[in-house]
Every structure is written in structure tokens, then in C-alpha cells.
Design a protein around this ligand. Structure first.
Ligand SMILES: NC(=O)c1ccc[n+]([C@@H]2O[C@H](COP(=O)([O-])OP(=O)(O)OC[C@H]3O[C@@H](n4cnc5c(N)ncnc54)[C@H](O)[C@@H]3O)[C@@H](O)[C@H]2O)c1
Length: 312
């Protein structure tokens, strides 16, 4: 059972992970070299706490189980699991992993939140136990979003990946296993495909920024929050499900549409046009209230999904 966790880097993601681990009753030791980092971390944890309370705290969970220390070595000295959230720069990660590996107990797992760097690119900086370095990529904010992408690099032991999956599952997360390394992992690549076409549609003048947002947020996005792309397709296939769908004329037409999707560069003109579109979309709304309602609806949805056991 993992009960002592270290957080390395306490910016946006590290602070949110810290709140998540604390809410599950773990002891958290954190470090970050920035001036004022401890105060900022405690403030962020306090800000995240009401949402975590409303989702339900583990027995004994408390923000007081957070300790802040001055160095990565001190943070990991007694850790069983290390969640690294340092800046997205390969050289920073490499230098840090050499230190974490030298200072952490041999059996501690080292998990990186990295969004775009592959574990193989930095785990060889570990002179002692590179096999315990894994990917543990969350979705922002990790204290609320259940997805964690887990995988290994060339030197990672399969057992380390399985232990990390088990740890995140024990926190009520929904980890997925990446069977090979790929730039951007899985969920960000799926989002990237959608963003590319959204910009392409604006560039081509097909619809306004606001209408493209509506097309997702009031259309497929509602179902995608409940079931993934394949299960949604399965349900569009009628009684024969997804297998029957591939035999229908609609399927050939769907694949033809894939070949028609655009690739686009967001140059200055397109960027400015999209920014203007977003400003126009937001003009009738109070942004602070929009954020508050987004968070409240997300919490309600998380509670509903947790109670809906038949949704995979
Ligand atoms: N922001 C996101 O949406 C998001 C989502 C998922 C994953 N991530 C990943 O999480 C990691 C952190 O991203 P972020 O958005 O929290 O960045 P951030 O800039 O908010 O935080 C990075 C923190 O690391 C600290 N830091 C700098 N050098 C350090 C060092 N040598 N050791 C320890 N800490 C150090 C900084 O002071 C800062 O507080 C990145 O790898 C990023 O790819 C980010």
C-alpha cells in the first residue's frame, strides 16, 4: 500500500496532484525551487479542497498532511511514489531524474506528468534504477479529471507500469495503459485531431468560432463525456452494432470524409480571427460565472458518472 508520496514541481499540475493525493488520505512531501512556492501550493490546495470534499474525502484526509521541503532529495527520501511535474524541458527532466533516482528508495516508483516528452528520453539519466520510471500523465486538473495515461520507456520494467496503474486505480482514477511510446500520448492526440479540423473550418469560413464551439459542446461532446468514440459508433450501428456499421454505405462516406480533412497552420491572421471569434462568443457572458458554472456542472457530472456503474 502506498501512503507516502512526493510531488516534484508544484505549479498548475503539481498543486492539483498534491490536492488529489491529500484528499485520498496520503502523506505528501512537496518541493519546488520557485520563490513563494510553498505559500502558492498551500493556497492552491485550499482552493481545490471544497471540490474534493464534495466528491468525498478518504478517512483521515487533510491538507495538514502536506509537508514542503527545500530539495528534491529531501522530498523523495521516504517516498513510495514520486509524481514529477517540473517544466516541460528535456534537460530539466534529465537533471532532475538523475537526482531523484539517486535519492529515492530503490522500490519507489518515479512517475512523470510530462505531456510531450517520452520516458525513454530521460530515464537513462537514472544511474541506478531506470526501470522504475513511468509515464503518469494526467489531464488538467488532475484532482478532478479521472484519466491518467500510464506507460513505460525502453528501460521501464513491465512490473513498474502495472504498479503505477494499480496505484492510480486505487485513487479512483481511470488509468489507461500505453503499450508503446508516442508523442503526445493518446488523449492529446485525439484532441489534436479535433482542434486541427476546428481551425481548418474557421480558416475555410465554413462556420463561426462560436458555432464550431456549439457544434461540440451542444452536440457530440455531450455523448463523448459518457462514452468514447468507439462505443458511440457502436450505438450508431443499430442492432448489428459497430461491426454492421462498417458494411453500410455511410461508412465508406465517413472514411471519404477523413481524406477531406484539412491540415492547417495557425498563422497570424487565423490566430487573430479565432481570438476575435472567442471574444465575440464570450461578450454576452460573465467569464467568472462561466468558469464557476463549468466547474459546478463538471463536479455534478463526475458524481453522476461515478454512480452510473454500467457506463464503462
Ligand atoms: N498544464 C497542463 O495542462 C498539463 C497537463 C498535463 C500534464 N502537464 C505536464 O505537467 C508538467 C508541469 O506542467 P505545469 O503546467 O504544472 O507547469 P508549471 O509551469 O505550472 O509548473 C512547473 C513547476 O516546476 C517548478 N520547477 C522549475 N524547475 C524545477 C526543478 N528543477 N525541480 C522541480 N520543480 C521545478 C517551477 O517552479 C513550477 O512551479 C509538465 O511536464 C507538463 O507537460 C501539464
Amino acid at each position: 500500500m502506498i501512503s507516502r508520496v512526493a510531488i516534484i514541481g508544484t505549479g498548475v499540475i503539481g498543486a492539483s496532484w498534491a490536492a488529489c493525493f491529500l484528499a485520498h488520505g496520503l502523506e505528501v512531501v512537496a518541493t519546488d525551487p520557485a520563490a513563494g512556492a510553498e505559500a502558492a501550493l498551500r493556497q492552491a490546495v485550499a482552493a481545490h479542497w471544497p471540490a474534493l470534499e464534495s466528491l468525498g474525502l478518504a478517512p483521515g484526509a487533510s491538507p495538514n498532511r502536506l509537508r514542503f521541503v527545500a530539495s528534491p532529495e529531501a522530498a523523495v527520501a521516504e517516498a513510495q511514489f514520486v509524481q514529477e511535474n517540473a517544466p516541460e524541458q528535456l534537460e530539466v527532466k534529465r537533471a532532475l531524474y538523475a537526482r531523484l533516482d539517486a535519492a529515492a528508495p530503490a522500490e519507489a516508483l518515479l512517475a512523470s506528468s510530462t505531456s510531450t516528452i517520452m520516458v525513454s528520453e530521460f530515464q537513462d539519466a537514472c544511474a541506478h534504477h531506470p526501470g522504475r520510471v513511468v509515464l503518469g500523465h494526467p489531464f488538467n486538473p488532475p484532482h478532478l479529471i479521472p484519466l491518467v495515461e500510464v506507460g513505460g520507456g525502453r528501460l521501464t520494467s513491465p512490473a513498474a507500469v502495472q504498479r503505477a496503474l494499480g496505484f492510480y486505480r486505487g485513487l479512483g482514477k481511470q488509468p489507461i495503459e500505453l503499450k508503446q511510446e508516442i508523442r503526445g500520448h493518446v488523449a492529446n492526440r485525439l484532441q489534436a485531431a479535433l482542434w486541427q479540423e476546428a481551425f481548418n473550418l474557421v480558416r475555410a469560413g465554413v462556420a463561426s468560432v462560436a458555432d464550431i464551439d456549439t457544434a461540440i459542446a451542444h452536440g457530440p461532446g455531450l455523448r463523448w463525456a459518457l462514452l468514447g468514440p468507439f462505443l458511440n459508433l457502436h450505438l450508431s450501428g443499430g442492432p448489428g452494432g459497430i461491426g454492421a456499421l462498417f458494411e453500410k454505405p455511410l461508412w465508406a462516406a465517413t472514411e471519404a470524409m477523413w481524406r477531406d480533412l484539412g491540415t492547417v497552420r495557425v498563422d497570424a491572421a487565423l490566430g487573430a480571427g479565432v481570438a476575435q471569434g472567442v471574444a465575440a462568443e464570450l461578450a454576452p457572458h460573465d467569464s467568472a460565472e462561466m468558469l464557476r458554472q463549468r466547474d459546478a456542472v463538471l463536479l455534478a457530472l463526475l458524481r453522476l458518472k461515478a454512480a452510473a456503474g454500467a457506463l464503462p
